[in-house]
Design a binder for this molecule. Sequence first.
Ligand code: SF4
Length: 353
Amino acid sequence: MSNVNTKYQATVPLEGQKKLLWRYLQGLFFLIGLGLFMALIFVPKIGVVAFWNVLIPVAPLLFLVASGFWRNVCPLASVAMFPHHLNLSKRKRIPLKWQGWLALGSVALLFLIVPARHLALNNDGLATAITLAFLATLAFVGGVFFDVKSAWCSGLCPVHPVEKLYGQKVGFTPPNAHCGACHNCVMSCPDSTPTQMEKMPNQRTTQTIATTLLTGGLPGFIWGWFHVPDCRGAADWRECLVAFGLPWATMALTLGGFVLLRKLLPKNKETLLTSAFAAASISCYYWYRIPSLVGYGLFPQDGLLVDLTQTLPLWSIMAAQVAAVAFFGWWLVLRHPEPAVWAMRPPFLVKKK
Ligand code: SF4
């Protein structure tokens, strides 16, 4: 089984001081993650703001420009890779069929966890910490049984589909700091393959469904999500219905539009269509997220980082929104850079005879 695209096979072994530097960075981000986790439990007011209103709003921009950097230092990735680095992993290979199911599972997790933010997570540090602990346990157990990044980072992680969608034209390619040698653990490797949103030769139907659901559905999902207020207290069944129902309904609308356009447009426009929907998703996110960070949101107390309504005029926020949309359109749709990978593939593992 080979998922190697010879054109992009620059292999860079990570050695010496560079390796040490990445280990320090991984340690630093792990400690920051642990600190956030503790803050969510013991000082939840600070924890929820730091997690939901600082870290999460920065993440899409980071995926756009440097997905590989984030995948090298993500604290959950470090948890998933502990068994590998500590030689505790059974290093089983996940069959292609199961890789497809994991891809579908990761999109399902994303579309389940994000609406739950309105019901509890956005304002409840303990609930957020429990969710993170659950995901970290899944990541660790996946690493105990399966090889390198196959079970979590390139499998069930609910952030991975978003990295794939936004990280189509990254501007920065670091070495792969987790994979000392490539075990060819997944097919195809998201870290080492450019244009991962395109259909791969051995792609399973489940993977195609996952990609279509995400690309077509995310713009509508994000729009719907921002039109639901946070619950402050125990949510009743009506609030649950709105929190899940509205983003899913608007997701169905844009998904329908995407599927229709894909049918109508010539095959060679599919990549452009995917880029346009990716740009629509991230633009929609920041269109609502920028004002809500400073108190100009649809629901002023939701997602507030610092209230600047008395300091910043409304027009400056609107200018920032327009600039963000223009930037994402240019980055993802108008720009045509050389295809780039998220991280340089390390040399392949040579098995001793
Ligand atoms: S570089 Fe190789 S070992 Fe690392 S995630 Fe990709 S396929 Fe797996």
